[in-house]
Design a protein around this ligand. Structure first.
Ligand code: DGL
Length: 273
């Protein structure tokens, strides 16, 4: 018999990346759901937005960021950006030896559980909508009618702080009109920035529509994977939160705090190879 038992604990950090600040909503959910885990965030602020870019370039950026995170010895990577999840998840899964989690599968699973009439709306960037990743993921689970709408103005509105404003209300009404006519009962917020528009969306659409934001569902999915693979951290690990960006660390610190729902300190700028 072997006496040497494999350790069930791993105190290495988890890597999280996004095109910019948005993925901090996922980092915040992770910090709450898994308070012992160290987290390293990378915001690709030199290349934001990803939502209007082509698949190949988003895959290239995602590979460069993943290499950086691997050098930091992360045990798992979360692609916190919907567009990068849509374009680069399978490419990263194929080449990396550690688990990689995107945000589209957890959000889709939750929407399927919640929807009663199986008429599901999805809002996201142009790239996410074009990729049809949400309809594909949902229909892997069950046959549902999925209606998509790209909302390119939402990201700049959120970043400019237009969260509770008439301008945002009228943009929401315009984007939501085609979806509402489809009698959806569930709406997936398929972009990192949209959880900040939850209240404004609720104000402008019927209260019978359930909004799904994949932040909590993603954090729970990560918890399950770490648990299954015996990779959870324990209280002996010195928990830390670190933030890296490819440009504008000061702006990231200021705007990022809104997405992290807490003050952010010590953001470092690094050049990716
Ligand atoms: N993070 C992106 C997403 O969730 C939104 C911002 C961007 O276009 O880069 O799709």
């Amino acid at each position: 018999m072997h006496n040497k038992r494999k350790s069930k604990i791993n105190n290495n950090p988890i890597g999280i990346f996004d095109s910019g600040f948005g993925g901090l909503t996922i980092m915040s959910a992770m910090n709450k759901a898994l308070p012992l885990e160290s987290l390293i965030y990378f915001g690709d602020t030199a290349h934001v937005p990803y939502g209007t870019k082509s698949k190949n370039i988003v895959i290239k950026f995602s590979r460069e960021i993943a290499s950086f995170l691997i050098k930091k010895k992360v045990k798992l990577i979360i692609i916190a950006c919907n567009t990068a999840s849509a374009f680069a998840l399978s490419a990263l899964k194929k080449t990396l030896k550690i688990p990689v989690v995107g945000v589209i599968e957890p959000g889709s699973k939750e929407a399927v559980l919640v929807s009663k009439n199986k008429r599901i709306g999805v809002i996201g960037t142009e790239g996410t909508v074009k990729s049809k990743s949400y309809p594909k993921e949902i229909n892997k689970i069950l046959k549902a009618d999925v209606y998509q709408q790209a909302c390119p103005l939402f990201v700049p509105l959120v970043e400019e702080g237009f969260i509770d404003s008439e301008i945002t209300d009228s943009v929401i009404k315009k984007y939501m009109k085609p979806l509402l006519s489809k009698k959806i009962d569930t709406l997936i917020l398929g972009c990192t920035h949209y959880p900040l528009l939850k209240k404004a969306l609720e104000k402008n659409i019927s209260s019978s529509i359930t909004l799904i934001d994949s932040t909590k569902a993603t954090a729970l999915e990560v918890k399950n994977i770490l648990d299954q693979k015996s990779l959870l951290a324990d209280s002996k690990g010195k928990k830390f939160l670190r933030f890296y960006v490819s440009d504008n660390p000061v702006k990231f610190q200021t705007i990022g705090s809104r997405f992290f729902y807490k003050k952010i300190f010590g953001v470092k700028k690094i050049e990716l190879e």
